[in-house]
Design a binder for this molecule. Structure first.
Ligand code: NI
Length: 255
């Protein structure tokens, strides 16, 4: 039983065969999926998918790279979307310093505002953090984001930073990168983090694991990630699947 805690099935990469693919997931052991919004329109699309499929839930949020689109008016719209009964988190939100736009001050402001929204709605957060480890941790602390909890998705930092996020009560999202030969840092983090604080994710259509690296990703590839995590931790793959499934249900409060 696998829980894909971070997918983007609204992406145009799935336009050709979305329904066929999604219908095939449960019979292939993918029992829960959270489709994550990255801006207002993909949040709307995520909710539409969650309405269409029982096993799909949604996260409502604006990615740091899209945070320039936020205004007071459409922030209210985001808040109303977040109240939908199948929305289980605010995300993905955070900081992305790999890109110069939008300005860091803009990214920080809307990250903080969306953390406050999560707390107001009683939802956890899905955090996107790239080349911004220290500022991400500082804002999570300043905004008391531990009260919301959530996932540091596509975790890309080292064990030192992992400790900081784990100490705040966050889960680490791990996906296809774990299977890459050169992913030494992430393999160390996977060995270091307790199994009850790791969740599996695809970030599909991106980040397909070996042996499908470079191809379109989907939840069907997650057994490769679970297998690699099992090898690193010396734990059977079915135990990895079971533990990460329960972790996902606990943190998204899907009972
Ligand atoms: Ni994502």
């Amino acid at each position: 039983m696998i829980f894909d805690t971070h997918a983007h099935y609204n992406d145009e990469a799935f336009d050709e065969d979305r329904d066929e693919l999604l219908k095939s997931l449960p019979e292939n052991g993918i029992k829960l999926v959270v489709n994550v919004g990255a801006n207002l329109s993909s949040t709307e699309e995520s909710i539409a998918l969650a309405e269409q499929y029982d096993f799909i839930y949604a996260a409502a949020g604006v990615h740091p790279s899209d945070s320039g689109e936020l205004t007071e008016a459409n922030f209210l719209l985001l808040e109303s979307m977040a109240s939908h009964k199948k929305v289980k988190a605010i995300g993905e939100i955070g900081l992305d310093y790999y890109w110069d736009e939008p300005d860091r001050a803009v990214q920080k402001e809307w990250f903080a505002r969306q953390i406050a929204l999560a707390k107001k709605c009683g939802l956890p957060i899905v955090v996107h953090s790239r080349d911004a480890a220290k500022d991400t941790l500082d804002i999570l602390k300043a905004e008391k984001a531990d009260e919301a909890g959530g996932i540091i998705h596509c975790f890309s930092y080292g064990t030192e930073m992992a400790r900081g996020f784990l100490n705040l009560g966050f889960y680490l999202g791990i996906g296809g990168v774990l299977t890459f030969k050169n992913a030494r840092k992430l393999k160390e983090v996977a060995a270091y983090a307790p199994l009850d604080r790791i969740v599996l994710e695809t970030d599909c259509p991106y980040m397909a694991p070996v042996p499908n690296r470079g191809k379109r990703n989907s939840s069907l590839n997650l057994p490769y990630v679970a297998g690699e995590l099992g090898r690193i931790k010396g734990v059977a793959e079915d135990e990895i699947q079971r533990a990460t499934f329960e972790n996902g249900r606990r943190l998204y409060r899907i009972l």
